[in-house]
Design a protein around this ligand. Structure first.
Ligand code: ADP
Ligand code: MG
Length: 444
């Protein structure tokens, strides 16, 4: 953004943050940060390391869209801890823990990670309803609830969503939300201080334990055993556990005992959102930041950023900041000039007729060779027409070329299939769902 100084950018960032978080959050965490050095990289003075950590944990993406980034996409910022800050004052800045804990974890959930702020679509509906179930009846529905999926797809969001809801509706329950890394660090420091029993007591007295990113327990043998013991103690008393992970339990390098425990309850996957959900997320985030996003532009962005919701958010933040600063409307041209480096390779390039046939065959339980063949049995012709419909929708190739990949069919057969399925889609919810799922599978 050529016309501004770093200080302007910092003020822009602050006004963006005012829309982004609650007043209390802003006053406690963001307002105390000062921009003290404008040259590259920008230097921010923070009252303590917690504020720095808080900023990075929660708003790294937003920072990265306002300030220059390093080659890993992280914002280039130096932090300076303000000297002479008294610890007593620091304590005051923490949001109050719900219950006083003797192990010193303040309980704070990201204010925007609520169920209400979570946009639903076919990729996350199931897991969201499982999370709602757990939040309304902790320990009594699925236990543990194990949520797995790729980065930036809303695992932490749902975990905190459960946290917010339990805090609001089950005020008496003792709840803690901890990242696996924080759990390990805690254990290390309690081991050092010979106070492990105290920590164990604390955890075993919880009613709801939310554990984020369990994959960090891999290859940490001693910690794993301690975690597993705590896990069993809680589950045996009917206390709720929710775990997130980047992989399903069976693919984690953990002991069989640990894996089996995690598979006790419900294991649910959170997938990449489909196009319509991505558009809904973009529009929702745009509205929250006060950006007027025409639906054509939303579709355009969603077609190019498709496997990570965090990136969609980053795109909105960057686009919003740019439009505000330059007094522009978010048209496709503006999107091209601000976001093109975030764009992923077009989905189309990965998709082939083979891939489509493979997904349709497994969805409808027929053989790929039957789809290519000329059988007129209804069990085969219907999925074949669906495959043809998808091929026309997803591949940017000529009808003749696509038709020939279906074992030498004519392009009018293909067109007929496409028309039939398109018309049926307008009134058939089951078909729409089947096609959505197949498409997701093809694009994954
Ligand atoms: P993960 O923990 O899976 O890496 P996060 O929960 O941190 O991902 O989500 C990344 C960002 O995307 C967060 O800011 C979150 O609020 C947002 N997000 C993810 N999924 C959704 C959704 N379905 N609706 C709204 N925001 C979402
Ligand atoms: Mg996460």
């Amino acid at each position: 953004m050529p016309l501004e100084t770093k200080e302007d950018t910092w003020s822009e960032f602050l006004s963006f943050m005012q829309n982004q978080c609650s007043r209390a959050e802003f006053e406690n965490w963001i307002a105390p940060i000062k921009c003290v050095e404008e040259s590259d990289p920008i230097t921010l003075q923070v009252p303590n390391v917690f504020v720095q950590q808080y900023l990075l944990d929660n708003y790294e993406e937003a920072l990265a869209s306002f300030f220059p980034k390093d080659n890993k996409g992280k914002p280039l910022i130096s932090f300076l801890i303000k000297e002479g800050e008294k610890r007593k004052e620091l304590k005051k800045e923490f949001p109050k823990p719900k219950k006083k804990s003797d192990i010193g974890h303040p309980l704070s959930f990201n204010v925007s990670y609520t169920f209400e702020n979570f946009i639903e679509g076919p990729s996350n509906q199931f897991i969201k309803s499982a999370a709602l179930g757990v939040a309304s009846r902790p320990g009594k529905s699925y236990n543990p609830l194990f949520i797995h999926g790729g980065v930036g797809l809303g695992k932490t969001h749902l975990l905190h969503g459960i946290g917010h809801s339990v805090q609001k509706n089950h005020k008496k329950l003792r709840i803690q939300c901890i990242t696996t890394e924080a759990f390990i660090n805690d254990l290390v420091s309690h081991l050092r201080n010979k106070s492990v029993d105290k920590m164990k007591r604390y955890f075993r007295n919880l009613d709801v334990l939310l554990v984020d990113d369990i994959q960090f327990l891999q290859n940490r043998l001693n910690f794993e055993e301690e975690f597993c013991n705590m896990f069993e103690a809680l589950i045996n008393q009917g206390k709720q556990i929710v775990i997130t992970s980047d992989k399903p339990p069976g693919q984690l390098q953990l002991s069989e005992r640990m894996i089996a425990r995690m598979e006790w309850g419900l294991v649910a996957h959170i997938g990449t959102p489909d196009l319509e959900t991505r558009v809904a997320i973009l529009q929702y985030k745009a509205e929250k930041t006060g950006l007027h996003l025409p639906s054509q532009t939303a579709f355009y962005i969603a077609e190019h950023i498709y496997n990570n919701v965090r990136q969609l958010e980053g795109a909105i933040n960057r686009l919003g900041a740019y439009c505000r600063l330059m007094h522009l409307e978010p048209t496709q041209d503006v999107v091209d000039s601000t976001l093109s480096e975030m764009f992923q390779a077009p989905v189309r390039s990965k998709i082939s007729v083979d891939r489509i046939l493979h997904s349709v065959a497994s969805m409808f339980n027929v053989r790929e060779s039957d789809l290519r063949g000329s059988s007129r049995a209804k069990e085969v012709t219907y999925p074949r027409q669906i495959a043809m419909y998808l091929a026309k929708e997803l591949l940017g190739e000529s009808l003749i070329k696509i038709a020939s990949s279906f074992g030498g069919k004519t392009h009018s057969t293909l067109l007929h299939a496409w028309k039939k399925i398109s018309q049926q889609l307008e009134r058939d919810d089951v078909l729409r769902r089947q096609i959505q799922m197949t498409r997701q599978n093809i694009e994954a």
